[in-house]
Write a protein that binds this ligand. Structure first.
Ligand code: SF4
Length: 349
């Protein structure tokens, strides 16, 4: 899509491949130059035209006159004692978004943001309190990934192994930009990052879950379910009032029928809210809809949310119940809690 900024420059990373080739032709350059530029943008992931070193200086200057590239500046970095690093990126309009690097013994995962805040207002989430909201562009999402990838090599000596769209914002409310950025990240003439190592996590917006199925996406889909009790879910996630569990289960069935893929459910255990045996029974029953995996996540408190982490005895009983139902259950210890980088804590502090 051709998008111009206030200086009448075109966002080069918003262009489809054929649009880029057409524009390069319009400025009097040959097709092989367009191929080189495309490769610099998506394969090598440069952050400026200056870095396109196999192009002549006059051509780089010409590109700079006609196009622009979204730039992200690292405004701050915070290190957790568990090795995670939270990065605050400043966007060209001054807004901030956060990305997180999460190392484990043999791999590094990056948590990516898709919006500068979130309008869905889940009661346990700090991002939902940021009202200064806009969607990140394709270039901003892509550059977040390339910058975190470079940082991962510098900090941990290895490239990113997994990407999770679980940072600030609801990815499916920025559907086109998120899906296009992922296509560039995973395509052979882009970063060539395996789609099976990318997960998009959503609160469960049923119409977009169906759209993902229709678009036959190859990345993984995770749904932040957190409870299979309608009334509790409405309290936790006000959005659910207009798009409840019935809609979500229909969308999940549709997604599975079209893609054959297994859904992952994220379930944060909140003390005395969704951690009883009855909650486990409700959740296990919901899980029968289609093949699934379950990630049980430890809560890191957010000031003023009114929620606390479930206690170990109740958590264990909940997890044991789910396992006894022959469900695939992974228990995720939240990382980066001491730097407000864990699930639901990202908020530009
Ligand atoms: S949990 Fe996700 S959907 Fe809910 S407010 Fe936070 S960012 Fe938005």
């Amino acid at each position: 899509m051709i998008e111009e900024n206030e200086n009448k420059k075109i966002d080069i990373r918003a262009l489809e491949k054929d649009e880029l080739f057409m524009k390069i032709d319009e400025i009097g350059e040959k097709t092989f130059r367009a191929k080189q530029i495309y490769s610099w943008l998506w394969e090598k992931g440069v952050e400026s035209f200056e870095e396109m070193t196999n192009l002549s200086k006059p051509l780089r200057e010409k590109l700079d006159e006609v196009f622009y590239m979204d730039k992200l500046d690292v405004k701050a970095k915070q290190r957790s004692k568990d090795g995670s690093i939270k990065v605050a990126f400043q966007l060209s309009d001054g807004r901030l978004v956060e990305g997180v690097l999460i190392p484990s013994t043999d791999r590094v995962t990056a948590c990516i943001s898709s919006q500068t805040g979130c309008k869905l207002g889940c009661t346990f989430c700090a991002t939902g309190r940021i009202s200064d909201l806009r969607n990140l562009t394709i270039g901003e999402i892509f550059t977040q990934v390339t910058m975190l990838n470079k940082m991962s090599e510098q900090e941990y000596g290895r490239k990113l192994a997994n990407l999770v769209f679980m940072g600030m914002g609801e990815p499916l409310l920025n559907y086109e930009n998120v899906v296009t950025a992922i296509n560039r990240i995973s395509s052979e003439d882009g970063m060539n990052f395996s789609a099976s190592r990318i997960t998009v996590s959503t609160i469960g917006i049923s119409k977009f879950i169906k759209k993902l199925a229709d678009d036959n996406v190859r990345f993984n889909l995770a749904i932040s379910l957190h409870t299979a009790n309608e009334e509790k879910r409405n309290r936790l996630m006000p959005y659910s009032l207009s798009d409840g569990l019935k809609n979500i289960s229909e969308a999940i069935k549709y997604f599975h029928a079209k893609t054959g893929a297994r859904i992952t459910y994220e379930y944060i255990l909140f003390k005395d809210f969704n951690d009883s045996l009855q909650d486990a029974k409700d959740f296990a029953s919901f899980c029968k809809i289609s093949p699934c995996k379950i990630n049980i996540i430890e809560y890191n408190s957010v000031q003023g949310s009114g929620f606390e982490k479930s206690n170990p005895v109740k958590s264990k009983a909940f997890i044991d119940y789910m396992k006894n139902c022959n469900l695939i259950v992974n228990v995720r210890k939240s990382k980066g809690g001491d730097i407000d980088a864990a699930c639901g804590q990202l908020a530009n502090k």
